[in-house]
Design a protein around this ligand. Structure first.
Ligand SMILES: NC(=O)N[C@@H](CC(=O)O)C(=O)O
Ligand SMILES: [Zn+2]
Ligand SMILES: [Zn+2]
Length: 349
């Protein structure tokens, strides 16, 4: 354990981000240095337009990410495939053999940003999922039902009953990550489940609840999917993240959108936290009196689940106040990060 802690400084093994949106093209070049500064590796989400559905497309995307990395920075993109109703089981074998595709992602069709090509009915994918189970390829799940009749705030809890339980009954050895969990239902489900299941938790779901979306007016930069929930759920996520349970690990879900796409009559879902993710997590763990649990959550549990080695370098977080920028460039436009213009209490050196 490399954890060295004083009241004002915390040195931990370099962390990884197990859920990240990097986009593509000029936007990729804008955001990549932020994540590369904070994290050694990241699970890169495949919801591009068109989505990354093949190993060949993942290889090309990986090359574009590495080409966009500024000189002198190190960062390893861990690639994923986007599951569709038609993903061929052989594509999973190719992905597994590639050595650089580390997981397959479920977007229920219509659930979130760029999910139109997603899965309409998971039972159509069972042949493909069986091969993933056989090869030990993790299945990363955006866990919300898309049924318009289900209340937006209940979609994760209903997903557990309608999709997660039947899936795990039918494929009990499939490795699953319940991504960006937002409810006590999901935290409890994962903590109590038998078998190979884990969950990522974002920094913003540890720090905020649904009141923050509406504080003094509508605040689009706090809108993401799954949407922030009520305080009891936030508290359950904090308990899970700080418990030391290896099933819970860090995934920022940092999701860049141009300012105009967020500050709009019908704004996009996604919070941008890549600039200050570790500072946010440190704040959340400190408030819970659990800074000593941050290293395992951020740097050990993820590699363990993905069968990857831990990073060997360290990073240091210092208690030092600084102010988040109001905007940062995003290709030809700009994005507004979460906490824009606010004071941050920790600083990653
Ligand atoms: N989390 C979000 O609100 N948005 C993500 C998609 C996702 O992770 O669901 C995005 O790609 O913008
Ligand atoms: Zn998602
Ligand atoms: Zn995401």
């Amino acid at each position: 354990m490399s954890l060295i802690a004083t009241p004002d400084s915390l040195t931990i093994t370099r962390p990884d981000d197990w859920h990240l949106h990097l986009r593509d093209g000029a936007a990729l070049a804008s955001v990549l240095p932020h994540s590369a500064r904070q994290f050694a590796r990241a699970i890169v989400m495949p919801n591009l337009r068109p989505p990354v559905t093949t190993t060949a497309a993942a290889a090309a995307y990986r090359d574009r990410i590495l080409a966009a990395l500024p000189d002198g920075m190190r960062f390893e993109p861990l690639m994923t495939l986007y599951l569709t109703d038609n993903t061929d089981p052989d594509e999973i074998r190719r992905a597994h053999d590639s050595g650089f595709v580390h997981a397959v992602k479920l977007y229920p069709a219509g659930a979130t940003t760029n999910s139109d090509a997603g899965v309409t009915d998971l039972t159509r994918c069972y042949k493909t999922l069986e091969v993933m189970q056989e090869l030990g390829v993790p299945f990363l799940v955006h866990g919300e039902v898309t049924d318009a009749e289900i209340d937006l705030f209940d979609r994760e809890a209903v997903f557990i009953e309608r999709v997660m339980r039947p899936l795990r009954r039918d494929l009990p050895a499939l490795k699953i990550v319940f991504e960006h969990i937002t409810t006590k239902d999901a935290a409890q489900y994962v903590a109590e489940a038998d078998g190979p299941i884990a969950a990522t938790i974002t920094a913003h779901h540890l720090l905020y609840n649904r009141n923050d979306i509406f504080k003094g007016g509508i605040r689009p930069h706090y809108y993401c999917l799954p949407v922030l929930k009520r305080e009891a759920h936030r508290l359950a996520l904090v308990t899970a993240a700080t418990s030391g349970d290896e099933r819970f690990f860090l995934g920022t879900d940092s999701a860049p959108h141009a300012v105009g796409a967020k500050e709009a009559a019908c704004g996009c879902a996604g919070c941008y936290t890549a600039l200050h993710a570790m500072e946010m997590y440190a704040e959340a763990f400190e408030r819970a009196g659990a800074l000593d649990k941050l290293e395992a959550f951020a740097s050990f549990h993820g590699p363990e689940f993905y069968d990857l080695p831990r990073n060997t370098e360290t990073v240091t977080l210092k208690r030092e106040a600084w102010t988040m920028p109001d905007t940062v460039p995003l290709a030809e436009s700009a994005l507004v990060p979460l906490n824009a213009g606010e004071q941050i209490n920790w600083k990653m050196l």
